[in-house]
Design a protein around this ligand. Structure first.
Ligand SMILES: Cc1cc2nc3c(=O)[nH]c(=O)nc-3n(C[C@H](O)[C@H](O)[C@H](O)COP(=O)(O)O)c2cc1C
Length: 304
């Protein structure tokens, strides 16, 4: 294994590697988050947490496809009051723990951020595609995204990341709204709205009828969103969507990602973080590059 330094400063946080566990995958308990820090993740994001306990959608909530996953979990969570202890357990892992929070309006985000004091950063989920009143409903309105971001920034001194939905005509418009609100970074992308139907019964398969597509199928969508956001914004872009190998991580960084999050790929391979970091490290060494050389490289190739 190469010894190339992969440590980064991301919105003022120190990460030993630019790989981050994405929200919602193994982020429900402090113990599972702590475990992922031991697997080589440079930071971890919790499951999205709300102001009240929420059961989520009826089963089935997750479906494996040949090109990725469809899920409609419906933001199940114990509320910030019951999640505080998990946050402090997760913090024992020694890497930044980012609390993902969702709400319907600025005050609700503020309440949760205050209630989850102690996180290294907050990731505002304005992008879940299948939760009524939350997520995409909020995150497709640039005015609301700006207000929520501004309210969050006034509430906390730690970094605020805004996680964007690809289920819009122009993700850059929403990214710019987050940036105007004072976001320290944007995270792109959450899942892409999708649906599956059982051809034997004719019924939609997911309990919620439709859900969000993740995994390899969405990677080109995510790469394009990251590329466009990097071009338009002055704040870091964190890339997420379909990353399952070090090559995928390099591609996302060339599109402009300062760091990458991994979600679906963790289902089949908990070693994914150490595999990405060792592959990335060897790649950089073989090409005599440092991380900064590859971040946004595709832009410099087409517009030197
Ligand atoms: C089962 C599952 C649950 C998820 N839950 C959340 C969540 O609570 N909050 C959130 O912002 N994103 C959530 N996501 C979206 C992921 O964080 C990620 O943005 C998306 O899956 C794309 O990345 P991937 O292809 O690496 O999975 C979830 C994804 C999956 C598959």
């Amino acid at each position: 294994m190469s010894s190339t330094d992969l440590s980064i400063q991301l919105t003022g946080l120190e990460l030993e590697t630019p790989t981050i566990l994405a929200a919602g995958v193994l982020g429900t308990t402090g113990a599972s988050l702590k475990r992922m820090t031991g697997e080589g993740a440079g930071a971890v994001v919790t499951k999205s947490i709300g102001s009240e306990p929420k059961e989520g959608h009826p089963n089935p909530t997750m479906l494996k496809l040949d090109c990725g996953f469809l899920n409609a979990m419906g933001l199940p969570n114990p509320s910030y009051r019951d999640f505080r202890k998990e946050l402090s357990i997760a913090s024992e892992g020694g890497v930044p723990v980012i609390a993902s929070v969702f709400g319907a309006h600025p005050d609700e985000f503020v309440e949760i951020i205050i209630g989850l004091k102690g996180a290294s950063a907050y990731e505002l989920n304005v992008s879940c595609p299948h939760a009524s009143g939350y997520g995409t409903v909020v995150g497709t309105d640039p005015v609301l995204v700006e207000e929520i971001t501004r309210a969050a920034k006034r509430t906390t001194d730690v970094p605020v990341w805004v996680k964007l939905t690809p289920n819009v005509t122009d993700i850059v418009e929403i990214g710019e709204a987050a940036s105007r609100g004072g976001a320290d970074a944007v995270v792109a992308i959450n899942t892409v709205r999708g649906m599956a139907i059982d051809i034997h019964s004719g019924y939609p398969i997911l309990g919620n009828l439709y859900g969000g597509l993740s995994g390899p199928a969405v990677r080109p969508v995510a790469v394009k969103c990251v590329y466009d956001l990097y071009k338009a914004l002055d704040i870091p872009v964190i890339g997420v969507g379909g990353i399952g190998s070090w090559q995928d991580a390099v591609e996302m960084m060339m599109a402009g990602a300062s760091a990458v999050q991994v979600g679906s790929a963790v289902h089949d391979n908990v070693n994914i973080f150490s595999e990405i970091t060792s592959g990335l490290s060897a790649y950089l060494k073989a090409n005599d590059h440092c991380l900064d050389d590859i971040i946004g490289l595709a832009h410099r190739k087409v517009e030197p």
